[in-house]
Design a protein around this ligand. Sequence first.
Ligand code: NAX
Length: 328
Amino acid sequence: SNAPVKVAVTGAAGQICYNLLFRIASGALLGPDQPVELRLLEITPALKALEGVVMELDDSAFPLLSGVQIGDDANTVFDGVNLALLIGARPRSKGMERADLLEANGAIFTTQGRALNDHAAADIKVLVTGNPANTNALIAMSNAPDIPRQRFNALTRLDHNRAKAQLAAKVGATVSDITHMTIWGNHSATQYPDLFHALVRGQNAADLVNDQEWLESTFLPTVQQRGAAIIEARGASSAASAANATIDHMHDWVLGTPENDWVSMSVPSDGSYGVPEGLISSFPCTVSGGEYSIVQGLEINDFSRAKIDASTAELAEEREAVRSLGLI
Ligand code: NAX
């Protein structure tokens, strides 16, 4: 049988991981024939809670789960890992300035970037979910000079899935009728969900909707503000859907995207579509053989151009901020 794939997960005692870990262990990440070994990182005060999660993983008797290790030292937990899902991050607390937030996360993602650089397996792929995800991924990437830059991604798949669900509801279709959705830019309120290339049963979504007012005043803000709407309704931030999107992204990055479709992935820009080189920004991507490619040659209209530019300008500002803090 296959050797287990070693999957590191950080923030393992948190609410996203309470959903995520069980799905990884059940085979949702790498398929029903691939054993996995979990390497779970937490901060010291959360290790006891994490032991409780591990008890529940044990009690699930997952046939594919070949082992679980926990710890608070990234150098140990990341030793030999093939995949890393970086979920744990420092949330913004009351009165916290943006620079403080970037600095607190900088401490986490510089350390974890170095630990991955020094200890992960040669085929390591790193996906950052913890916010600010794109810039945290940039920090980790910049602190891991021996790992190819393309191995660092950030999560915009939740935004992608949200955009599909909103469009499906609008046109009376199912999400499986929808292909070629794209999120451009940052995982933030400036992200741009693009309907000009999306298809509903093969028909152009913007043409089918034919309602620029809905697109600008309902669709965009609904997708951009969905995280806040969940907090308002649930009293806690999206967790199960964030776990699901994290699985979707890494699943497709390892096993490939379907023929005749693409997904949204935040990847280091190679300058495609005028996005400044090196920023970790969301693009339409296909994956084959474990390597993603940014879809080329899409026509970008003036409306989309302005939205993409605004979101990537925000990413460039975040890059300047972490550069001036000495984090990259
Ligand atoms: P929780 O606060 O429930 O869990 C976070 C966990 O991370 C905590 O258990 C904490 O102890 C741990 N942690 C903190 N620093 C750590 C470190 N240095 N090493 C290891 N673990 C550490 O948050 P949760 O709801 O699980 O969300 C986790 C992150 O995902 C947050 O940053 C959140 O903002 C982000 N999200 C990102 C989304 C995306 O689409 N990219 C959507 C969902 C979510 O908002």
